[in-house]
Design a protein around this ligand. Sequence first.
Ligand code: HDE
Length: 722
Amino acid sequence: MTDQTVPGAPGSEPPPLEEPETPRGPLPPKPDQSAPATRTATGAPVEGAEKSLPRAQQGEWLTTAGGVRLRETDHSLKAGPRGPTLLQDHHLREKITHFDHERIPERVVHARGAGAHGVFVGYGTAESVCAAGFLKKDVETPTFVRFSTVLGSRGSADTVRDTRGFATKFYTEEGVFDLVGNNIPVFFIQDGIKFPDVIHAGKPHPDREIPQAQSAHDTFWDFVSLHSEAQHHTIWNMSDRGIPRSYRTMEGFGVHTFRLVNEAGETALVKFHWKPKLGVHGQVWEEAQITAGMDPDFHRRDLADAIESGAYPEWELGIQVFPDTPDQAFAGIDLLDPTKIVPEELAPVQPIGKMVLNRNPTNFFAETEQVAFHVGHLVPGIDVTDDALMQTRLFSYVDTQLTRLGGPNFEQLPINRTHAPVNDMLRDGFHQHAVHAGVAPYHPNSLDGGNPFPVADGGGDPVSALADLPVVVSEGPKVRAHEAQAPISFDDHHTQVRQFYRSLTPIEQEHVIEAYTFELNKCYEQAIKERQLQHLVEIDPTLGQRVAEGLGLPCPEPQLDLGDPDPSPALAMVGQEWPPDGRMLGIVVTEATPSDDVRALREAVFGAGMVPLLITPTGGMLPDGTPGQRTFATARSVEFDALLLGAGLGEAATHPQVALLVQECFRHAKVIGAWGDGAEAITAAGCDATAPGVLSVSGATELLDGVLGLLTRHRVWERMLP
Ligand code: HDE
């Protein structure tokens, strides 16, 4: 923690009680915030700009967009005090016209997101396979990351069951590299031509436009039950990966296989992985649903608060490396099939660098909304493969920005500007920010001295340019047919799904069963449930049986002979210990709780890199002036990773809101701790004070030691197992 302030205050200084009357300039951003680096539209650094160039409004007076000072802004210009408004009121028209056009189309997928700035440091370990400069040892590269859900609209809740986007922009010295990945390593479809189909099925029904941001409805299950290659991605969504605790506790995956090339021109095939320092953790389903109502901004708040409080989220970037053989397969798995993983036990993830997210955006729209990722943003050393899903993406990501960001110059928006010098021959278009000099934006030319020179013509270092590798592409007739892909593993839609399910720990399997049961019970049509049940029984007979019971349907017989794939323990989320940085501790106290206990506990919680939130019966200060952050009316269990109950609760121990906090934390396998007579609240809530993960001790800081030990495992799952 950077200091002992609870994060989340809206401004960079507390407001006065009275409306301010002394003119002053705009307040600076909060210390945790920063804007995109100051670069020109063509990538040049602007000397001293970070300090001297105002990035937003300036001066102490209200002006028009043209900088002309305004006398006032609360009354339109009228023909007499009670007369009609005059058309000549430029200020009114400018204010309203601009307002009328404030919105841009939301992303057709991944509309709901949150972003952060960070820095990536290369370990140098990728040099043998990749020539990219930013992967070299100790090279630091600024990054911007946008996390997202897929299905929901821009205003939808964060904690819905869905895949999460994990898109990273690396502003490297060789140009922008975007790794536009997800928190799930496989995708619903093997060919991008089906993307509109899967998304139309997942989005709300077109007639009533419900349900919002979820897969628990007929059209989604209709599609995935008919389209069996979606089964693998679907089981990941039904697992706890589909309801992350935090963006900070998600893995990220490039999904497709990429081709790397080293300085000697040798190629290798790789899959990219982001490994979070805090481990991979989920919510439980009931908790996710409550959160969607109580705090729809849960994940964005968590990310921003963590960064503001100095608990910087961190990931290691790693690669699985495969030889670039003519069949582009590894261990019988077709590397061009994005519905398959390569188990880490067969090809370990080798760390090649680390990313820390350390600054919040200053302005959501300018940065998080206007950022434009593109799978084709590659740097020398990194290339695409013929994965048919990836190939379609190469087209889609520029195309979509033309509508969303209003023309072809979106690369010049501050958040998208490269940090490498730009010398392209792209000209004009809406919102052109560059002022291009010269008369010859064509090649070849002599009027501009031949500039710009392609590296090949100008004798530049070929390693510094995009590879355009002479990869052999398959020969044969033009076909749409799927057989033409000569599938190695393309046609097997169930074995890896079985492997996933069997790699999970018992509590995670239980959650998968509950998730399928919930989602299918939300479907109206019996035929769709029966169709999906057939897939589930193929994946695992017990899974099929249990979900069938939950649906009140007979369990079908399996039809496929899938064999017994080896489990891949790396697929399980449970079973290790992780740092509890940035976790939230709810602490229920009253005026009678000893001040020394509260002070010592708060300090110890901050000291352990976590955030203490004091929950008091009503608002206001404790007797020693310590402010409370939540009241019995505003607190809900979903905000806290652990709940502590203070000594001196008195009547509060039996308050219904306190009971609700305790019961929900108990059901959601969270650590519950009490010191002194705080333990009375546990029994008053009807919970077993001797259950695993329920601690009761005499001293407040002693309690924290026990809580910390348990929090490293995220939850007390033992409490939930039958
Ligand atoms: Fe995307 N995807 N996608 N996608 N995708 C978009 O681009 C698309 C796919 C992913 O935070 C859109 O700028 C097609 C796989 C992320 O701004 C759009 C296909 C993976 C984000 C688009 C895919 C992703 C997007 C919408 C099938 C994981 C959010 C707005 C061929 C590896 C980026 C935009 C952000 C966004 C198209 C499949 C991840 C329409 C056609 C596979 C994380 O261009």
